[in-house]
Each structure stands twice: as structure tokens, then as C-alpha cells.
Design a protein. Structure first.
Lengths: 555, 352
């Protein structure tokens, strides 16, 4: 005799998941009274309806998400009860001021971009997927704002968190994040909201953002960030499914192939330039954990981006006739492993500390040993710089940004990714609309001058976006005294004199820099300077720039 | 373990006293009340504005030079787009809590109803009415949800766009709730035709006015017009008329306790979305500089979408005659709807 259970007694026949999905997809129809306007046009033509790979309906989605939320907020409460902040490393949390100033905007931009992709293809199979992604991204944006508020309320130094969204609009570093977020919502709808956002950013780079970074947070006593971000990451597979499905529908039209190839190239390279710059720096320079058995950012990149994305996602696209730019992947890998891309960015953020809104602590001997172990040759190139940084971290010293003794040369800014041209030998210049611009790499030049244009390889691309605005941050404060610029940025504590940024983690007024300590240095725009040179001087300058600089020994 | 990188061996609040060590509130926006609400803290200024803090302006533009968000995405104007705060104060956690509770309630109603055989007690004509007309209505809700998904891209601030986003989420959830409800009770009712609703939506003259009104909203390129037309015009004149004035009133009288419960959630959704919409439109209608011209604009939207909604409502009239038990007449329901519409318009200094 079989055992009776409550489930057996109360069970009743329901509809299958496949049936539920099919019926919900059938809610759409082709309007006949008034046609929907293509408010956000694309040069892609998609005539085949994409298929829904997830087969989930909203009925199960909302309760699943609520349960995930309960775990997140429960963990935050537990962290406070467990006195997490007593043990958390300020070196780590300080970088969260930058990271969490940036990330809520790209997240909510991703929600907005669902408006752009939802009318691109016929059929409504993906509508539930787009709806879930829209609400997911709303979740991510506000859950991250909540986490930041929680840090502000409980961390030793709340300054910087307290001006977060203002700082996001103003800072010379967050400009990189704005390029990332605006890239999701502006220009050709398919390029921005599918290829750049979903096919590349979410599929290739969220693992480094939302998996690799939380594991480093945990090593620094911060188990709140992993709780929030692993929960965020658990939503990403839905988004990856949306992007892949829409791209596969686009692939069916041969005339889209050239655009897919263009967008894969642009999006992969720019995501590499931006995400690796930011996340690589957080992971390598924001940590106090120097366990030599843990993976470096380069090793994680190889696992997540090279093995996971390139080999299993990008490469199979070749069988559909899409040209994959293998060289770009290799180049990105070599920039990280051979050309010290992440380390040069970390150095750049440190040099610019007075115009940041967070603290950056100097790297020390223990850090040097780890870096040398993971990146042989690191000490020879960066050791003296960080010694200088430590030495010049005391108020009253000449600020490192302007200290000629150090030997650092402030970099040009890449017009395409907005990340500085830190690999000096790779910088190229080009003329756009009769004006000279600098690019971190030839692919960045290609992005700005060929991809973001109204024509691509002879094909009209009228929907493609344009680079605009005051893209080089440095031009905003060209000729302005550093102290005045900091006041204008509002990166000053409420006593009206102490800077929000500090080049150390000494939580004592007597060690903190004030406006008086940085006054008397004039900021300059490398681009304006370059444009102002005569041809011979410019040529010499560029040749000199390509040679790089040498940091003076610090004794 | 101690915080080795901290000069005081701790990363906790209060471990040291120095400049701004107690600056524990966001200080870049004016809260509406004395102290910022949680909703404000997680919402305000996440969408940047070149007129506030975005000092480099939008750094990518559309081919015509327009940046990511532009004020002229709507014809309405404002002296301060940032003033609006959604009265429902919704952020992700409250949104999921509410949506999840609704789904649990709806599924419990359906499961318990089916277990008790409630669907077999339906008056036969009522079952046919649900199959065809509630089946058609789910497409209206879906169309409005899609229009709102489009609209949530256009607003000039995070507060406007998030309120529109949650509105979209509520509508799309309802359209799926109805779809799955009908599919599930349909399994128990012999001869049930789950396609009848869509056929009616596309072909039945009773539904063509509603479809035209919904498609007109879907086809608008002005996000605020979409938000306005849905919440201030279509919902009172058609949405509530059909949901409250028909489904909920007629259900019990025709031996159906499930449908009113499933639909009741939508009426709760609408109260919140209406409060959000009225607050936003009130601000714009009473704007010191642009109030008069906004009211003229809104009046034109009332005229345009009101005419379509009136036509839609009139065409739905025969549905009130279909069930055997008729607790109220179409005219009575319509009078309630008219009164509601007048009250809503009165809140924002508009009229028929």
C-alpha cells in the first residue's frame, strides 16, 4: 500500500510550464488601428521571432525574487549583529565608494533598455524575459543603493558615500562608468541594448564584476557585498538568455552579419577597457589579502572571460558565419598580463587621488611580494611608485599629482573608452570633425572613427550613436587651481576645508589633507595642450609619450 | 581578525572621530519631508541630469544629437522635473513583496476554488462570458503593460521612470494572472476554448473600440501621454468599468467567487498607480511657469483619449447583458465610472 501524503491528497492537475509560457507569449498581437512607433531605431532588421529560452512566467518569478531578497536583507541584519564593520578592511570599503557610485546607473540603464529591445523583433516570446529583466535591473539599482546607504550608516568614514550620486556625475574616474552605462541606452537600439549590454557586458563580464569581486570582498571581512552581488548575479542568466535569443534572431538575416561583427568587436574591446580597469583595480589594489594561492585578476579573467566566454560563446558564432576577432581577445589578455594594464590604471587612480571622493591607501612590502609573485617584473616597474605614494601621503608634502620628483607623467584620455591611455606605446591619435583626439589603442580609434559613424564599410548606419559631450574630463578644469577644482566638485567635507579624498587610512584630523595642502597647483588638459602644439612639437611629444616615463627611486 | 588597514584597528562607525565621521545621510538632494525616506535614498539622482551634477553632459548621443534623456521626450514642461516623489514609495523590496503576495493570493484562490469545484458552479452563461470577454480583456492589460514598458525609458528623472516601470510590472503581471487563471479553470470545464478571448479581442465588434484605444496609447511617442492616458483616462473609463463595474459585481451573482478575487488585486494596483500619476500630473498642472500650458496639453489628451475610451466603453455595453444574473446595469456602472473620472480630473484641475 502506498503512503499517503498531503501533496498526494491535495494535488490537482495544473498547466505545464511550457503551456503557461506559450499562452503568455500569445498575449501579443499585431496592432491594426495604430502602429507602434520605432522610438528607438536600429539598423538591424529582424524578421524572425526570437524564442524564449527561459520558460518562466511572472507567477513564479516574483515569489522567487522575494525569497532572494529575504536572504539578502537577513544577511545584512546578521552582519550588523555580528559586528562585521569591526573587522572589515577600510582599504576595501573605500573602493566601494567608487564602485557603488557607478554601478546603480548602468543597472537602471539596463532596465530602461528593455524599452528599446522589446519592439525590435516580431512576436512576444521574449516579452516575459524582457519584463523580468526590467524588474531585475530595477532590483539591482535600488538594492545597490541600499547597500551603499548601509555602508554609509555603519562604516568608519561615511564621507564619499554621502555625496555618492553627485560624485558620480562629477568625478574624473566615474566618467568611465558613465561611458559604460550610457552605452546601454543610447544609439542603435540593437547595438546598445542587446549587443553591448547583454551579449557582451552581461554575458562576458558580469562574472568578474559580480562573482570575482564578491569573493575578494569576503577576504576583506565584507560579507555584505557578496550577499548582495551574488544575488544580483543569479538574475544574470535570464538576461544572457534574452540577449542570446535576440542575437540569434538577428543572425538569421545575412545583412545583419556585418553589424554583429562590428558590435562584437566594439563591445568586447570597450567592456575590456572599462570593466578590467575598474574591477581589476578593486580586486588587486583594494585587498589586504595576499594569499599567494588565490587567483589574481589575470587568472580570473582567463577563467571567466577567455575560457568561459570566448571559447564557449564567441567562438561558436563562427559557425553562423560571423567573423570573430580572435586577435582582440589575445590583445586584451596581453594588455592585462604583459602590459600591466590593471596596474597602470591602479597607479593612475592613485596619482589623481585629490580629485577622487574616496581614500586610497599605499601598497606596502607585503603587497609588493604578492604582486611580484603573480606578475613577475611588477616590483621593478611599480615598487618605487608606491613607495613615493606612501611617502607623499602626509599632509604638507607636495601632492603626488604635481610632484616632479616622482617622475610620473599624467596620461592622455582615450576619447573612446574614456579610460586614460596608460599603455603609452599603444596610444594613437586621429582627427574627428576636424579636431585631434587621443585613443588608448588602435581599436579605440576604430570604435570612435569607424564604428560610431553614419556609415560602416560602405553600409549606411543612420541609427548608430555618436560620441558627444565634454568627453575629456580634464578639459573642464584646464587652467584651474587644484583646490578650486575640488571645491567646485564639492569633494570637501562639511567643515569646509578637509578633503573627502585622502591618500591614506589614518582616521585622525591631524593626518587629513585640507584645501590649503593642495592649493597652488594648476590642473591641465593633456588634450588641449596637444591640440595647441605645432606639428613638430606634437610629433615629438607623441614620440616621447610612447616611450613612457621612469619613476625615480624613492629612498 | 582585526581591520589591519585601519589606523584604529576597526572599520566600524564610531571607532574614530574626525571630520564628517558622522555624516550618515545622503546630502546631495532635498528630501520632500524633513528626513529622506528609504525610497528617496535609493531612487533620487540615480538617473543623472546635466543641469544638476552631470558636468560632462551626456557623453553618447543619438544620431540627431539628443542625449540619453531629454526634457522634450514629452510635450509637457516643468520648472523642476526632480520634484516628483511617487506616493507609493516603491523600491525593489516593497515591489517584490507586494507582487509576490498577490501571486500567492491569486494562486491560493484558484487552487482552493478548483479543489472545491467552484468552477462547476458557475452559471453556464457566466463561464462563456469569462472565456470570451475576460479572455479578451487580458490583451488590453498586456498592451497597456507594454506601453508602460516603453514609457519607462522616456522620463527625465529616476522617480518618474521607476513609477512607470512598476506600473508596467503590475499590468504585465495581471495579464499573465488572467491568462493562467483562465487556462487553469478551463482544464476543468468541458468544451472550454482558450483561444476565444484572443479571437474576440481581434475580431469581435464589442472589443474593437477598446483595442483601438489601447493601440493608440501603445503608438504614442510621448511617454507622459502614455502614462497619463492609461491612468487618468483609460483606467477610470474602461479599466475600472470592466473590472469593478462588471467582473467584480457580476461574479458573486453568477456563483463565481474566484474571478472577483483575481481581479481585486488589479484594483489595488490601480489605486497605487493612480496616486502616483495624479501626484505627477498635479505638479505639472500647477507648475508656476508652465502650469497653464500643461493644463491645455493635458486637456487635449483628455479629449483625444477620452473620446476613444468613451467609444470603447459604449461598445462593451452588450457584455452586461450576457450573464443570467445582472446585479447592476451598464448605465449604473458607467455612471460610477463617469463620477470617478470627473473626480480624478478635478484633482488635477482638468475637466471633460
Amino acid at each position: 500500500m502506498s503512503t499517503l501524503t498531503l501533496n498526494k491528497i491535495t494535488a490537482q492537475k495544473g498547466i505545464s510550464v511550457a503551456d503557461a509560457t506559450r499562452k503568455c507569449a500569445d498575449l501579443g498581437w499585431n496592432p491594426s488601428y495604430v502602429q507602434e512607433a520605432m522610438t528607438y531605431p536600429s539598423d538591424y532588421k529582424i524578421t524572425k521571432a526570437p524564442r524564449d529560452p527561459m520558460k518562466q512566467v511572472l507567477r513564479s518569478y516574483f515569489s522567487m525574487q522575494e525569497e532572494k531578497d529575504n536572504r539578502v536583507y537577513g544577511a545584512l541584519d546578521a552582519a550588523l549583529r555580528g559586528d562585521m564593520f569591526r573587522n572589515v578592511e577600510p582599504r576595501w570599503v573605500e573602493w566601494m565608494k567608487l564602485f557603488l557610485a557607478i554601478i546603480p546607473f548602468p543597472e537602471i540603464s539596463a532596465a530602461r533598455s528593455m524599452a528599446m529591445v522589446s519592439r525590435l523583433a516580431p512576436g512576444e516570446d521574449l516579452r516575459t524575459g524582457f519584463t523580468m529583466q526590467m524588474v531585475d535591473e530595477f532590483r539591482h539599482s535600488t538594492i545597490q543603493m541600499n547597500l551603499k546607504k548601509w555602508y554609509m550608516e555603519n562604516y568608519i568614514d561615511p564621507a564619499g558615500f554621502d555625496i555618492t550620486e553627485e560624485a558620480f556625475g562629477k568625478c574624473y574616474a566615474t566618467t568611465i562608468g558613465r561611458q559604460f552605462g550610457e552605452g546601454f541606452i543610447t544609439g542603435d537600439a540593437m547595438t546598445s541594448a542587446c549587443m553591448y549590454l547583454t551579449v557582451v557586458a552581461e554575458t562576458a563580464f558580469t562574472n568578474t564584476l559580480f562573482v570575482a569581486m564578491p569573493s575578494e570582498a569576503a577576504r576583506n571581512g565584507d560579507y555584505a557585498l557578496p550577499t548582495v552581488f551574488l544575488s544580483v548575479q543569479s538574475d544574470e542568466s535570464r538576461h544572457i538568455g534574452n540577449g542570446h535569443s535576440l542575437m540569434m534572431a538577428a543572425l538569421k538575416e545575412p545583412e545583419n552579419h556585418l553589424l554583429i561583427e562590428r558590435d562584437m568587436k566594439y563591445a568586447f574591446w570597450q567592456n575590456h577597457a572599462i570593466v578590467d580597469a575598474a574591477i581589476g583595480t578593486f580586486i588587486e589594489y583594494g585587498t589586504t589579502d595576499r594569499d599567494k594561492t588565490k587567483e589574481s585578476y589575470a587568472e580570473m579573467w582567463h577563467r571567466w572571460v577567455y575560457e568561459d566566454y570566448y571559447r564557449t560563446y564567441m567562438l561558436p558564432m563562427e559557425k553562423y558565419g560571423i567573423k570573430i576577432h580572435h586577435d582582440d581577445v589575445t590583445l586584451a589578455w596581453e594588455r592585462i598580463t604583459k602590459k600591466n594594464y590593471v596596474h597602470k590604471i591602479g597607479q593612475f587612480f592613485a596619482v589623481g587621488w585629490p580629485v577622487n571622493f574616496w581614500r586610497i591607501e599605499a601598497q606596502t612590502e607585503k603587497d609588493f611580494e604578492w604582486f611580484e609573485h603573480k606578475y613577475p617584473g611588477w616590483y621593478a616597474e611599480f615598487g618605487d611608485f608606491w613607495k613615493w605614494y606612501a611617502k607623499l601621503s602626509k599632509p604638507g608634502q607636495k601632492v603626488i599629482t604635481f610632484n616632479e620628483e616622482v617622475g610620473y607623467v599624467y596620461p592622455h584620455r582615450c576619447w573612446s573608452s574614456l579610460v586614460p591611455c596608460v599603455i603609452r606605446e599603444d596610444m594613437v591619435v586621429g582627427e574627428l570633425n576636424g579636431q585631434l583626439h587621443t585613443f588608448a589603442h588602435e581599436i579605440d580609434r576604430w570604435t570612435a572613427m569607424e564604428a560610431f559613424s553614419d556609415e560602416f564599410q560602405g553600409r549606411p548606419t543612420p541609427a548608430m550613436g555618436r560620441f558627444s559631450g565634454k568627453r575629456e574630463w580634464e578639459t573642464l578644469y584646464d587652467g584651474v587651481d587644484l583646490a578650486d577644482a575640488i571645491v567646485d566638485l564639492n569633494f570637501v567635507r562639511s567643515d569646509g576645508k578637509t578633503l573627502i579624498p585622502q591618500p591614506h587610512l589614518r582616521f585622525d584630523d591631524k593626518d587629513m589633507w585640507t584645501l590649503d595642502h593642495v592649493r597652488g597647483h594648476t590642473l591641465g588638459s593633456p588634450l588641449n595642450a596637444l591640440r595647441g602644439m605645432d606639428e613638430a612639437t606634437r610629433k615629438a611629444h607623441l614620440a616621447d609619450y610612447a616611450k613612457g616615463f621612469t619613476i625615480s627611486p624613492c629612498n | 581578525m582585526v581591520a589591519t588597514s585601519s589606523s584604529v584597528g576597526s572599520g566600524a562607525a564610531g571607532a574614530a572621530i574626525f571630520a564628517d565621521s558622522e555624516s550618515r545621510r545622503y546630502r546631495y538632494f532635498e528630501p520632500r519631508a524633513k528626513r529622506a525616506t528609504h525610497y528617496e535614498d535609493v531612487t533620487v539622482d540615480v538617473q543623472p541630469d546635466p543641469e544638476r551634477y552631470l558636468i560632462q553632459d551626456w557623453i553618447i548621443s543619438f544620431p540627431d544629437g539628443r542625449g540619453a534623456y531629454q526634457k522634450d521626450s514629452t510635450k509637457a514642461q516643468s520648472s523642476n522635473w526632480h520634484a516628483f516623489r511617487a506616493p507609493d514609495q516603491e523600491w525593489e523590496r516593497t515591489h517584490y513583496q507586494r507582487q509576490s503576495r498577490i501571486e500567492v493570493m491569486v494562486q491560493a484562490v484558484i487552487a482552493n476554488g478548483r479543489k472545491s469545484g467552484a468552477q462547476h458552479a458557475f452559471d453556464a452563461a457566466w463561464g462563456k462570458t469569462l472565456q470570451k470577454h475576460l479572455g479578451a480583456w487580458k490583451h488590453a492589460e498586456f498592451g497597456l503593460g507594454c506601453a508602460l514598458m516603453q514609457a519607462q525609458r522616456g522620463g527625465y528623472t529616476q522617480m518618474i521612470n521607476n513609477a512607470t516601470l512598476t506600473n508596467s510590472s503590475y499590468k504585465l503581471r495581471l495579464s499573465q494572472d488572467i491568462t493562467l487563471y483562465l487556462a487553469e479553470i478551463g482544464m476543468d470545464i468541458p468544451g472550454w476554448d482558450d483561444e476565444a478571448g484572443k479571437t474576440a479581442w481581434l475580431e469581435d465588434p464589442m472589443w474593437q473600440g477598446t483595442r483601438e484605444a489601447v493601440e493608440t496609447i501603445m503608438g504614442c511617442t510621448d511617454y507622459l501621454e502614455q502614462y497619463f492616458a492609461i491612468n487618468l483616462v483609460f483606467e477610470p473609463l474602461v479599466g475600472e468599468l470592466f473590472r469593478s463595474g462588471f467582473l467584480m459585481q457580476f461574479g458573486a451573482a453568477n456563483n463565481d467567487f474566484m474571478t472577483p478575487s483575481v481581479i481585486a488585486a488589479a484594483e489595488g494596483d490601480y489605486e497605487r498607480n493612480l496616486a502616483n500619476a495624479i501626484d505627477l500630473i498635479w505638479l505639472l498642472a500647477n507648475d508656476e511657469k508652465f502650469g497653464a500650458q500643461n493644463r491645455t496639453l493635458f486637456q487635449s489628451w483628455v479629449k483625444k483619449h477620452g473620446a476613444l475610451a468613451d467609444k470603447a466603453a459604449r461598445q462593451l455595453q452588450p457584455i452586461w447583458s450576457k450573464p443570467h444574473s445582472k446585479p447592476i446595469s451598464f448605465e449604473e456602472a458607467r455612471a460610477v465610472s463617469e463620477e470617478r473620472f470627473a473626480k480624478i480630473l478635478g484633482e488635477v484641475s482638468l475637466s471633460r
